[in-house]
Design a protein around this ligand. Structure first.
Ligand code: UFG
Length: 327
């Protein structure tokens, strides 16, 4: 039996495929390659170039392959774009997941682990955030991810689907082998943008706002290594395969770093002065997002290996130095 990874050519998906293969699992990948890269797909995974909105393509995969569970990363994930083009997010994230679930129900595949996000919480009332805290997304991306969670819940009631929603905080870093890493076009994430400065691709990093109610006025985020996220998906799939009930888990390190602290760590790792300039706030950015991941640790037995930001940024730097233009 195989695990089907949708969006397995993307950043977190490709790292999860590498970890699944290292754990000896049989893996099928489907990706429409709109934002993913064929070169990011592990050579031992069977690859289908397919879009989850294409019901026929999904049906064909479930008919050809013996799928015991689905790990679903296939979604649009840029907060800013979701505000300027919300219907793209309803189409890809919600219509795509509708087609996928219809196909899964039709083929009796009843286990799914999927990417949710800290953006489901919006501006949190307290940190660290617990899974039971209120969810009031401040952007359309977070709204569609929350609606995906709700869609799974109703599908469970009607059709017995079991799901695990993993609410990631700030994914970062690259595979320790150096084979794969983070590549987005356009890039919007803090760590890769900072590393473009020592890589000679940008002359400074912009700090989006210095007037937040945090210790140095810049936003606080919880940075979690992509390989640790990948391990959580395997644990979540095994939990479902062993009969676990549907569940929602936060995935983060439980430690917050300000934007300025992240830049300082990057200066130390790269030995480059990395000039920074303060610019206006970016719309929709909450001041602080820090996870309580106690539930994932207790229920799934998840133990992140990369608690230290310096090690995380070093792994990202190794990848970006070797692949300045991505794949
Ligand atoms: N930032 C800058 N300058 C930049 C880029 C980012 O100051 O050039 C700041 C942002 O304002 C934010 C922090 O750095 O405060 C991190 O920004 P990212 O864009 O790297 O990440 P976000 O926290 O905005 O978003 C990430 C994921 C989203 C997810 C969100 C929720 O990219 O998919 O976390 O946790 F929704």
């Amino acid at each position: 039996m195989a695990i089907l990874v949708l969006g397995g050519a993307g950043y977190i998906g490709s790292h999860t495929v590498y970890e699944l293969i290292a754990a000896g699992r049989d893996v099928v990948v489907a990706d429409n390659l709109l934002t993913g890269f064929r070169a990011a797909v592990h050579p031992k995974a069977r690859f289908y170039e397919a879009d989850i909105r294409d019901r026929q393509a999904m049906d064909q995969i479930f008919e050809r392959e013996e799928i015991e569970g689905v790990i679903h990363f296939a979604a649009s994930s840029q907060v800013g774009e979701s505000m300027s083009n919300p219907l793209k997010y309803y189409d890809n994230n919600l219509w795509g997941t509708t087609c996928l679930l219809q196909s899964m129900v039709a083929h009796g595949v009843d286990k799914i682990v999927f990417s949710s996000t800290a953006a489901t919480y919006g501006e949190p009332e307290r940190v660290p955030i617990l899974e039971t805290d209120p969810t009031h997304p401040t952007n359309c991306y977070g709204e569609t991810k929350l609606a995906m969670e709700t869609m799974m819940r109703w599908t469970q009631q009607a059709h017995g689907l079991r799901y695990v929603a993993l609410r990631y905080f700030n994914a970062c870093g690259a595979h320790p082998s150096g084979a794969i890493g983070e590549a987005h076009n356009p890039e919007t994430h803090l760590i890769p943008l900072i590393l473009q400065v020592p890589n000679g691709q940008r002359d400074h990093i912009s700090i989006f706002g210095e007037d937040y109610p945090t210790k140095d006025g810049t936003c606080v985020r919880d940075y979690i290594h992509v390989t640790d996220l990948a391990q959580a998906h395997i644990l979540a799939m095994d939990y479902l395969l062993q009969g676990g009930e549907s569940n929602v888990f936060n995935l983060g390190n439980g430690v917050g770093f300000t934007v300025k602290e992240v830049i300082d760590v990057a200066r130390k790792v790269t030995g480059h002065p990395i000039p920074a300039q303060v610019s206006p706030r970016r719309a929709g950015d909450p001041a602080q997002l820090v996870a309580s991941s106690e539930k994932a640790r207790t229920v799934l037995g998840w133990k992140p290996q990369y608690a230290d930001l310096e090690t995380i940024v070093s792994s990202a730097w190794d990848w970006h130095k070797a692949h300045p233009n991505g794949y």
